[in-house]
Write a protein that binds this ligand. Structure first.
Ligand SMILES: NC(=O)c1ccc[n+]([C@@H]2O[C@H](COP(=O)([O-])OP(=O)(O)OC[C@H]3O[C@@H](n4cnc5c(N)ncnc54)[C@H](O)[C@@H]3O)[C@@H](O)[C@H]2O)c1
Length: 304
C-alpha cells in the first residue's frame, strides 16, 4: 500500500462523520473523502466545510458529496449514521439505539451488498450492528469500533488512579462496547509488572466517562473519531500492531484484540482469569440475544 492514496467513504454527516472527515483531511494517505448522509443537504454542507478547511490548511485531500450507492469503489467506508430518536436510558445506553438504528444499518448493507472493501461500523450498539452489516452486505472485512476507545480510556483511568504515566500501562478492554465490557485485569501490566486493578472503581469510571462527555458536549466525538482513524490505518495496511475491534468471534461479534500485519488481522485473545472468561461469556450471550431480538426481516436468510 506504500505510496498509494486511498478513498474513504463517510456515511452520516453528524458529530462522528464530521470529526472523522476532518481527521482524514489532515492525513497524508487519504486522497478523497466521499460523504453521504440522510439528506443530500447535510452531506453537501459538510463537504463545503471540508473544502474551506482544505483551502485554509493546504490539505491535498478532496471531499465530495455522493450517494451511498456511489461508494462501491471506496477502499474503506465508515458507517456512522444515527436515527432520530431520544435515548432515555441511564444504563445500557448504547443498546438503546438498537431498534432505531438497525433498520438504517440493514438498508445501508443492502445498498452496499457485495462491497469488497473495508467497512468500519460505528453506529451503536456497535457489536450487534457490525454483525448485521457484515451478514447482510457480505462484506468480509467489516470491523466495529468501540473496544479500542474503551481500552484507551481504561489505561488513562488506571494511570490516573495509580499516579503513573499512561505510557507505562498496558491493558485492554474487550467484549461488548457497552455495559458488559470485559476489563482484562489479570493481564494488565504497569511498568511490566502485574497490577492491582480496583475493578469496581474502574468499571464505574469507564461507564461515567462517555456520559460526562455527552452531558457536557451533547455528543462524544474526538475519541471515537481517533479510534476510527486507527482502525482505518490498521485495516488498510498502513500501520501494523494491536488494536481492539469488534469482529466475529465464533459467530458473535465482540471487541477482540487483533494484531494486524500488512492489513491481515489475527486474534490475540489474552489468557483470561475464570472471572474474565465468565464475563466474556455474559457479553457474548447478551450481544447474541440482542441480535436475535431483531425483527426477522432484518436478519432472515443470513447465516447464524
Ligand atoms: N462505537 C463508538 O465508539 C461510538 C462512539 C460515539 C458514537 N457512536 C455512535 O455513532 C453513531 C453516530 O453518532 P453521532 O453522534 O455522529 O450522531 P449524529 O446524530 O450527530 O449524526 C448522525 C448522522 O447520521 C445521519 N443519518 C441518519 N440516517 C441516515 C441514513 N439512513 N443514511 C445516512 N446518514 C444518515 C444523520 O442525518 C446525521 O447526520 C451513533 O449511533 C452513536 O451512538 C459510536
Amino acid at each position: 500500500m506504500t505510496g498509494r492514496k486511498v478513498t474513504v467513504g463517510v456515511v452520516g454527516a453528524g458529530a462522528i462523520g464530521q470529526s472523522v472527515a476532518m481527521l482524514l483531511m489532515a492525513t497524508d494517505w487519504c486522497a478523497r473523502v466521499l460523504v453521504a448522509s440522510r439528506t443530500g443537504d447535510s452531506a453537501a454542507a459538510l463537504v463545503a466545510d471540508l473544502e474551506d478547511l482544505q483551502q485554509v490548511s493546504g490539505s491535498p485531500v478532496r471531499a465530495h458529496a455522493v450517494e451511498v450507492a456511489d461508494m462501491g469503489a471506496c477502499d474503506a467506508i465508515v458507517l456512522a449514521p444515527r436515527a432520530v430518536f431520544i435515548n432515555r436510558r441511564e444504563r445500557d445506553v448504547r443498546m438503546g439505539g438498537l431498534s432505531a438504528n438497525a433498520p438504517i444499518v440493514h438498508k445501508l448493507a443492502q445498498d452496499l451488498g457485495g462491497y469488497d472493501g473495508i467497512a468500519i461500523v460505528v453506529t451503536n450498539p456497535v457489536d450487534v450492528l457490525a454483525r448485521l452489516f457484515a451478514e447482510t452486505s457480505g462484506c468480509r472485512r467489516t470491523y466495529g469500533v468501540g473496544s479500542h476507545t474503551d481500552s484507551a480510556r481504561y489505561r488513562l483511568l488506571l494511570a490516573e488512579h495509580l499516579g503513573v504515566p499512561v505510557d507505562v500501562v498496558d491493558g485492554r478492554v474487550i467484549g461488548e462496547h457497552g455495559d458488559q465490557a470485559v476489563i482484562c485485569a489479570s493481564t494488565t501490566r504497569v511498568a511490566g509488572m502485574p497490577a492491582k486493578v480496583p475493578l469496581p472503581t474502574l468499571r464505574a469510571a469507564l461507564a461515567d466517562r462517555p456520559q460526562r462527555i455527552t452531558a457536557g458536549l451533547g455528543r462524544a466525538r474526538a475519541g471515537c473519531a481517533g479510534a476510527v482513524l486507527a482502525a482505518l490505518q490498521h485495516t488498510l495496511g498502513l500501520a501494523d500492531g494491536l488494536i481492539e475491534l469488534s469482529v466475529s468471534h465464533e459467530g458473535i461479534w465482540l471487541g477482540m484484540p487483533l494484531h494486524f500485519t500488512a492489513g491481515q488481522p489475527s486474534v490475540c485473545l489474552p489468557p483470561l482469569s475464570p472471572g474474565e472468561a465468565r464475563a466474556l461469556a455474559r457479553a457474548r450471550a447478551k450481544v447474541r440475544a440482542a441480535y436475535d431480538s431483531l425483527p426477522a426481516h432484518l436478519t432472515e436468510g443470513v447465516p447464524t
